[in-house]
Write a protein that binds this ligand. Structure first.
Ligand code: HEM
Length: 431
């Protein structure tokens, strides 16, 4: 039986985490509620437009694709109390004041800024932001780096998130921050999955460039090499259904699709070394690159994706499948069992009670269905509709995402045996 994959009650359904009681008192201002309602309406409207008109390829238009880097959006390095984390996209947004320069902001602002500056689809940006609010923030607000010094966050009156005190994205290992990232090292390898790792960056830069610079023809083999490296060097390497198929895939796809510079000559975007260095906060030349905390920056004269050709959930789902078709050996869930080179796969058939198997994972939208349904099966229950208007407000956002996710037409996942992942010492309560 095929059922729509809901992002609200369904997506975050099983109540495997306790609610901090202070959340029950959670409330947000009328202004914030109005903002969320407007954003939800915009997502619904765009989804409707896409259903009616499909994906529209637009000609380059310098005026509308140019991104402001002056005045209130000038680059300013973060101060000592400002937080930055593992996502170069969000760090860049904070360094230019598109989200709060403190590094702590609402899921609404993070969603709209990701869309405005990088052309990430509102649906995808809302999904990532809400997910980060739940997993690493206080639902309505999140730190893009570590834990804020003076409590959280302002979204709710509480400083507690669903999983206890909100730790920020930097400490979201295996829920969001994951192994085998493009430029960040594995947590259990260096202890620092947040800073850019220069050796990894050198390795990326040394790859032979594709027709559009550091494009997907580069990112796919680079990702394969990074995966193999993690298996060979990190005894606690873990690849979960959500982190491996959705998060890890996204990091490689975003690097090209969202950092590339668009022009009349390159209407599909070209990612050259200078642009990549700027967004990743790297200075210097190959062989002597330097990276300093907080230097991620929009290059002057950079042009984003065309307005109306945002990189949203549908494009991402198609590309994610393409990425794993390019690297079929990576279509696995599992991890090392304590020592390097002990990678042991978990049977997708066993994990899902036979709903998916290694073959059907590649059919239709099953790959993303499986990744998203993992959250549904093992994530916290955020939306019972009983917990004050803060949660109801986020419910509006996830309601708006439901029809988008429903187009994936997912088979129903009746069983998810998370206990199978306990065999991996690096898994923790990973997804
Ligand atoms: C919308 C909200 C977003 C959230 C919550 C988010 C969160 C994250 C997190 C937690 C990571 C670390 C993943 C890992 O360890 O592999 C990450 C990585 C990454 N993100 Fe974001 N992100 C968001 C938006 C963006 C945007 C707008 C861009 C624009 C380019 C972006 C580009 C990237 C890239 C390229 C990486 C990989 C970093 C690396 O090289 O290792 N993200 N993001």
């Amino acid at each position: 039986m095929k059922v729509p994959l809901g992002c609200g009650v369904v997506l975050f359904s099983a109540a495997s985490f306790a609610f901090p009681t202070s959340l029950l008192k959670g409330d947000i201002s009328d202004d914030a509620l109005a903002e969320i309602t407007a954003l939800a309406a915009k997502i619904s409207h765009e989804a409707e437009a896409k259903r009616n008109f499909g994906r529209v390829k637009r000609a380059f238009d310098a005026g509308s694709q140019s991104v402001k880097t002056t005045g209130e959006h000038a680059y300013i390095a973060p101060g000592p109390n400002d937080l930055r984390g593992p996502c170069p996209g969000l760090n860049t947004l904070a360094n230019h004041g598109y989200i709060s320069r403190t590094g702590v902001d609402s899921v609404v602002t993070i969603t709209t800024a990701s869309n405005e500056v990088f052309g990430m689809g509102l649906d995808l940006a809302a999904f990532l932001s809400v997910y980060s609010g739940v997993m690493a923030g206080d639902i309505a607000t999140v730190s893009i780096g570590g834990k804020p010094k003076s409590g959280l966050l302002g979204g709710l009156t509480s400083s507690l998130g669903l999983l206890g005190e909100a730790q920020g994205l930097s400490a979201s290992h295996n829920r969001f921050e994951a192994d085998a990232s493009p430029t960040r090292a594995d947590l259990y390898k260096t202890g620092n999955p947040v800073s850019l790792d220069l050796a990894q960056f050198e390795q990326l830069v040394a790859m032979p460039k594709g027709p559009n610079g550091y494009d997907l023809t580069v990112m796919h083999p680079f990702r394969g090499a990074r995966f193999n490296n993690s298996v060979a060097t990190n005894g606690r390497f873990f690849a979960g259904p959500f982190t491996q198929f959705a998060v890890n895939t996204a990091t490689y796809l975003f690097t090209y699709h969202l950092f590339a510079n668009f022009s009349a000559e390159h209407p599909d975007g070209y990612l050259d070394l200078e642009t990549l260095k700027s967004f990743e906060g790297v200075k210097g030349e190959p062989g002597s690159f330097q990276w300093e905390h907080g230097c991620e920056r929009i290059p002057d004269n950079w042009h984003r994706r065309p307005i109306g050709d945002d990189y949203g959930l549908v494009s991402f789902t198609i590309d994610a499948l393409g990425a794993l078709k390019a690297l079929p050996y990576m279509a696995v869930i599992g991890g090392n069992t304590g020592e390097p080179n002990t990678f042991t796969g978990v049977s997708v058939t066993d994990l899902t009670g036979g709903v998916f198997n290694a073959e059907t994972l590649f059919q239709g939208n099953n790959l993303m269905c499986f990744a998203f349904q993992t959250i549904s099966a093992a994530g916290p229950d955020i939306l019972r509709g009983l917990l004050g208007n803060a949660l109801a407000a986020i419910g509006k956002l996830t309601d708006a995402l439901n029809p988008v996710l429903a187009t994936l037409d997912c088979p129903q996942l009746v069983k998810y045996d998370a206990a199978l992942l306990k065999a991996f010492p690096g898994a923790g309560s990973g997804l």
